[in-house]
Design a protein around this ligand. Structure first.
Ligand code: ZN
Length: 156
């Protein structure tokens, strides 16, 4: 397996192209740079090739990286189906806990106040939820099928 962006075979892992449940294969170098937002323009010369990919997820990720790098000259040459274009331009909401820490799928959180849950058991302050999901609802995370406001939890 090789990196969908640069073709390297170094420590390939899957990377989710939010908000869809679709993935690309990324090498360690590409992934670290994308996750930290520290893009090395030299390394990402590879986008000159990946922009022509027939895989929508690869195109969308390439588009977002080119945008971060300010390469509108290359973006102008890309061809998108309307659905791909909408996907590429979806703003990714960053969800943060009560302390401003960024929440991610799989995090464990503690609830910091008593909460009333419609039609269910109430949640007590101090209750811990493991392996949360970010879910599709703005400003909320999903803990055991219950949506909880991000401002009422902290990462533990
Ligand atoms: Zn790569």
């Amino acid at each position: 397996m090789v990196c969908d962006l640069c073709g390297s075979d170094k420590n390939i892992s899957k990377f989710k192209v939010e908000p869809k449940d679709e993935y690309v294969n990324l090498c360690e170098d590409c992934k670290i740079q994308i996750e930290t937002g520290n893009l090395d323009e030299g390394h990402f010369q590879c986008l000159n090739d990946s922009m022509w990919s027939e895989n929508s997820a690869v195109k969308v990720l390439t588009y977002r990286l080119l945008k971060s790098l300010g390469r509108s000259d290359l973006i102008d040459m890309m061809y998108f189906e309307p659905e791909e274009e909408a996907w590429a331009n979806t703003e990714i909401e960053v969800k943060k806990d009560a302390n401003g820490n960024i929440l991610q799928n799989g995090d464990n959180v503690m609830v910091i106040k008593d909460l009333n849950v419609k039609g269910g058991n109430n949640i007590k302050r101090g209750e811990v939820f493991k392996n949360i999901r970010l879910g599709d609802t703005s400003g909320h995370i999903l803990a055991k099928n219950i949506y909880i406001k991000t401002e009422f939890v902290k990462k533990v």
